[in-house]
Ligand binder design. Structure first.
Ligand SMILES: Cc1cc2nc3c(=O)[nH]c(=O)nc-3n(C[C@H](O)[C@H](O)[C@H](O)COP(=O)(O)OP(=O)(O)OC[C@H]3O[C@@H](n4cnc5c(N)ncnc54)[C@H](O)[C@@H]3O)c2cc1C
Ligand SMILES: O=C(O)[C@@H]1CCCC=N1
Length: 388
């Protein structure tokens, strides 16, 4: 095979996780190829759109710990590329004071000494206007949180990868993976070989894994990304320091509702429901369920009086959920040189730089920088399908 088709590592899928993995490989002087089925940039996976939330507020310590280094890696990338990717806004976490989930957020923030501000029903409206705090709800602000400029971040990391000598081939769908000490990867255009392969295929992960005899318990869901028009200009604006928010549960639902200050579209706030209906990633637009939008409308009418309770813009994105909502970061159980990054369960973007570093380490056979036991495939023992 000609040497320009032979690599140290091939990364399949140029979403945020694959792009950061490829970038870390190139930084370590590895010859890396990043393959993408669609023409870049595209809006058919999970990493598109102008914004994502970045936060240290989590229910589990292990995510908060990873975010400490991750903030540094985001900042390093900003400096390297001379591009602004993060804007600090704070994240207002609200939820029933006595509920387990709200208390988990609060405890993790406090135990890890993350800068916070606790708001009480008495001083809430002095700090946050145009939000009705539910009766019995607590409110705590993760001061370190903010917005990531997602599309810009994706382009930046792909550009940096190419500047380091990495190769991206888009419009090349991987059609076959042949495991072995040297892995052979066939696409719609060419055949390549590499010492290792990283699969970061987002909602299509199981479609690729089946070629390696493995199926993970992943569920792909469609998310309606809703933007809500403000009644009074400026009232929920980034420029007026309105924060991101996360509601752990509400009268309307046990699932999270989250929002970002108006930014990408003038005077529209992005507010989404952290759940959706199962979909086929190739036919996601056929999934027309709007019950999530009904939930959001009821919450907005009740608690965000400065917004029109009708979405003005609805876009589409997908989550790939694992049963416990934790990621999959592991080597293939039968082929140690096939590495899997999957199941980011609707909260993986902010971790891109650290996930890229970890997947790169796994692909090189190095000891990973963090304890990856929460992310191992063997936790699904009872529900993985394997023909191995
Ligand atoms: C509405 C919404 C809001 C979110 N909000 C947040 C947030 O605020 N904060 C946060 O941290 N996270 C958030 N997330 C989650 C985050 O965006 C995802 O976890 C992350 O983008 C997943 O990235 P990925 O690289 O795994 O998948 P993807 O971005 O889907 O990338 C996978 C890529 O693989 C390619 N591919 C698949 N199969 C093949 C093949 N056979 N050959 C070649 N290429 C292939 C696909 O085309 C795709 O480009 C949100 C997600 C959504 C949908
Ligand atoms: O990851 C995030 O911060 C967002 C908001 C909360 C739910 C999922 N995604």
């Amino acid at each position: 095979m000609s040497s320009n088709r032979v690599f140290d590592c091939i990364v399949i899928g140029a979403g945020v996780q694959g792009s950061f993995t490829a970038y870390h490989l190139a930084k370590g002087n590895k010859k890396a190829l990043l393959l993408e089925q669609f023409v870049l940039p595209h809006s058919r996976g999970s990493s598109h759109g102008q914004t994502r939330i970045i936060r240290k507020a989590y229910e589990q310590d292990f995510y908060t710990h990873m975010m400490e280094e991750c903030y540094e890696l985001w900042s390093q990338l900003e400096k390297e590329a001379g591009v602004e990717l993060y804007r600090k806004t704070g994240l207002l976490v609200m939820g029933p004071e006595k509920s387990e989930n709200y208390q988990q957020f609060k405890t993790t923030l406090q135990k890890n000494k993350i800068p916070t501000v606790i708001l009480t029903p008495d001083n809430f409206s002095k700090h946050i206007s145009n939000v009705q705090l539910n009766e019995g709800d607590g409110a705590i602000v993760d001061v370190t949180a903010g917005i990531l400029y997602a599309d810009r971040a994706l382009k930046t990391v792909q550009d940096q990868f190419q500047m380091l000598g990495g190769i991206i081939r888009d419009k090349e769908m991987v059609t076959d993976i042949k495991p072995g000490p040297i892995v052979t990867v066939s696409t719609t255009a060419h055949v390549y070989q590499a010492k290792s392969v990283v699969i970061t295929a987002g909602p299509w992960a199981n479609r690729l894994l089946i070629q390696t005899g493995l199926q993970l318990p992943l569920q792909v869901i469609k998310i309606n990304v809703c933007y809500w028009k403000v009644k009074v200009p400026g009232s929920y604006d980034l420029k007026n320091h309105f924060p991101c928010f996360l509601l752990t549960e509400s009268e309307e639902s046990k699932e999270h509702i989250y929002g970002l200050p108006s930014n990408e579209y003038p005077e529209m706030m992005k507010i989404c429901y952290h759940m959706g209906s199962e979909t086929d990633p190739d036919n996601r637009d056929q999934q027309k369920d709007r019950s999530d939008i009904d939930i959001l409308q009821r919450y907005i009418a009740r608690c965000l009086p400065g917004l029109h309770p009708e979405p003005a813009v609805v876009e589409t994105c997908m989550y790939t959920l694992t049963p416990d909502r934790h990621f999959v970061l592991d080597c293939h159980p039968a082929y140690r040189n096939i590495v899997i990054g999957a199941g980011f369960s609707g909260h993986g973007f902010k971790f891109g730089p650290i996930i890229g570093k970890l997947l790169c380490e796994l692909s090189l056979g190095k000891v990973p920088s963090y304890d990856l036991s929460p992310f191992q495939i063997k936790r699904f023992q009872a529900n993985i399908k394997s023909s191995l």
